[in-house]
Design a protein around this ligand. Structure first.
Ligand SMILES: [Zn+2]
Length: 187
């Protein structure tokens, strides 16, 4: 940033204003810096894994039913829904899925996972993760933490656990990002 002339020129006004107000020169420099950091972080990860995308219309109920029937058929299925849409804005964090115990128990999935480019293996992994919470809720151990050793062991039995985790590391920033022309249709 220090070799950035526009930014250097804008610094005195920014300092005098204690960072308040609009400072396009500073903002642009910070955005460039953030972009460079993102590119470096992705470069360190190596090539992104190639995974089948969920495609244009995700049938969440059908996906969930398949996973439940294949691996969790010994426990009753919770209800499954998309959670509330957060719109296309930049997010600081994202909760891909959530589980609420009760009768019926409830799983909610973040609608950003309905974007066509999202890997099916990752959506399936999130469904699997939440179903592990369901199994945990149905076989309670007193004072157990949600992501206990038992939970993590169950989670790792997902057939493509490492692949799903790797896909997420490569696409986390895109999932958090504001939706632009390249990020695909909104769910
Ligand atoms: Zn969890």
């Amino acid at each position: 940033m220090v070799d950035d002339h526009d930014c250097l020129a804008a610094l005195p006004a920014w300092i005098a204003a204690h960072g308040r107000g609009r400072h396009p020169g500073i903002r642009a420099a910070l955005n460039r810096l953030a972009q460079t950091e993102r590119e470096r972080a992705l470069a360190r990860l190596g090539p992104a894994p190639v995974c089948e995308p969920v495609g244009a219309s995700v049938d969440l109920a059908a996906d969930f039913q398949r996973i439940h029937a294949t691996w969790f058929s010994d426990i009753p299925p919770p209800t499954i829904n998309w959670s509330r849409d957060t719109g296309g804005r930049q997010l600081r964090q994202i909760r891909y899925g959530s589980y609420r115990r009760g009768d019926p128990a409830r799983i909610m999935i973040h609608p950003r996972l309905a974007q066509p480019w999202v890997a099916r293996v990752f959506l399936d992994h999130v469904l699997w993760h939440e179903l592990c919470h369901h199994r945990q809720a149905l076989t309670p151990i007193s004072r157990e933490k949600p992501h206990s050793a038992r939970f993590r062991a169950w989670e790792r039995t997902f057939p493509d656990h490492a692949l799903a985790m790797r896909w997420e590391r490569h696409h986390r920033l895109r999932l958090l990002g504001a939706s632009g022309p390249e990020s695909g249709a909104d769910p």
